[in-house]
Design a protein around this ligand. Structure first.
Ligand SMILES: Cc1cc2nc3c(=O)[nH]c(=O)nc-3n(C[C@H](O)[C@H](O)[C@H](O)COP(=O)(O)OP(=O)(O)OC[C@H]3O[C@@H](n4cnc5c(N)ncnc54)[C@H](O)[C@@H]3O)c2cc1C
Length: 162
């Protein structure tokens, strides 16, 4: 099958992405690595009118230490986590879990944020985030909010649409 027609935009900054998302409303979908979304588009389980490609948004990239926390950006791929020295040092559980996610080709493109958007309980990352007592930082048009993995996983917040 083939995806239905959609408008395609590629913001360079987080604020631009948030504005586009607010403007387009429910009809928009974000795309990062495309490993889940492209299949749903092609099967027409999802028919957004606008696809917002966030893969160039610099603020969502990178792994760093902020204060006494390890920060993983939403656009960080599973492979980057697997290969990161910072992760190996500060959160070795993530390094150990990463190779169990799909195979390398999927891990090269699939992102931490794309996985988090579904937070499928049987996936590798939710259990790791629970064990590590991770906090998610979620950006929206009115600012940012923080939510623990426990609250995220057991609330409706993680139930994204295709
Ligand atoms: C063959 C195959 C095998 C897999 N096996 C495993 C496995 O063993 N274990 C496992 O855990 N996972 C597995 N996965 C899932 C994989 O981890 C996800 O497909 C991937 O992480 C999704 O990330 P993405 O960047 O490709 O997301 P996309 O496909 O680009 O987006 C997925 C969804 O997330 C939303 N989204 C993306 N980024 C953001 C963001 N920053 N903020 C808000 N919403 C966002 C999109 O709008 C979309 O709804 C597998 C996938 C495939 C295709």
């Amino acid at each position: 099958m083939q995806a239905a027609a959609f408008e395609y935009v590629k913001p360079k900054a987080l604020q631009e992405a948030l504005s586009l998302l607010e403007e387009a409303g429910e009809d928009a979908r974000l795309i990062a690595g495309g490993q889940t979304l492209l299949a749903t588009l092609n099967m027409r389980l999802s028919e957004p009118s606008v696809l917002i490609d966030i893969s160039d948004v610099a603020e969502l990239k990178g792994i760093s230490i902020v204060g006494d926390s390890l920060r993983i950006g939403a656009l960080v791929t599973h492979t980057e986590i697997e290969d990161s020295e910072l992760v190996a040092k500060h959160a070795p559980l993530l390094k150990a879990a990463a190779p169990h996610i799909a195979h390398r080709a999927i891990r090269n493109l699939g992102t931490w944020g794309g996985s988090l958007a579904y937070d499928y309980p049987a996936a590798e990352w939710p259990a790791c985030r629970l064990a590590l007592r991770a906090t998610m930082i979620i950006h929206g048009p009115t600012g940012e909010r923080r939510i623990s993995e426990k609250d995220f996983l057991f609330s409706r917040a993680s139930q994204t649409s295709w």
